[in-house]
Design a protein around this ligand. Structure first.
Ligand code: SAM
Length: 153
């Protein structure tokens, strides 16, 4: 698990769901922020956790924090994921890493809105940004990893 290696100071997850990932990351991050439209009691809410109930667009309008690791796993429609990536990049520390989930679904049946939707468009789109380095895990449902280019340090 990447959080175990990265040990982020501040972790942000867009779309915490039932906390399957968020609760695991709790062991390795100093502070955590979770965003979801729906509040679910299974999501850990310890002293070092801030849970925001609402959509990611409204979260970023008031957010003042910066993050070391950001997991984007909310609304998988391409237009929304694009906004989440742009917003995430604007609050990502220089050494930070963004993970975008569901970018390599294994078939058409997964390219529907309540599954991976059209997140599969993210890898090609993000590569048109010259200021980032990108890596993909092309195993269903897929993951795209984004960081600021080293040269910007
Ligand atoms: C696939 S689930 C998340 C799973 C979770 N990340 C995990 O690893 O277990 C997607 C979640 O995103 C939430 N969601 C959908 N659109 C959102 C948005 N625009 N902003 C915030 N949360 C959103 C949904 O309510 C749902 O709980």
């Amino acid at each position: 698990m990447m959080a175990k290696i990265l040990k982020p100071n501040h972790y942000l997850e867009i779309g915490t769901g039932y906390g399957d990932t968020f609760n695991l990351v709790c062991k390795y991050a100093e502070f955590l922020t979770g965003i979801d439209r729906v509040k679910r009691s299974k999501v850990n809410s310890r002293f070092n956790v801030m849970l925001y109930k609402g959509d990611s667009d409204s979260f970023f309008k008031t957010n003042k924090s910066r993050y070391d690791m950001i997991f984007i796993d909310g609304d998988h429609r391409f237009d929304q994921v694009k906004r989440d990536v742009v917003n995430a990049l604007s609050v990502l520390n220089y050494d930070g890493v963004i993970f975008v989930h569901d970018t390599f679904p294994k078939g058409e049946i997964y390219k529907i809105d309540d599954k991976c939707s059209d997140s599969w468009k993210v890898p090609a789109w993000i590569r048109s940004n010259p200021f980032v380095d990108v890596m993909d895990v092309k195993k269903h449902p897929g993951l795209t990893i984004i960081k600021h280019k080293e040269a910007r340090k």
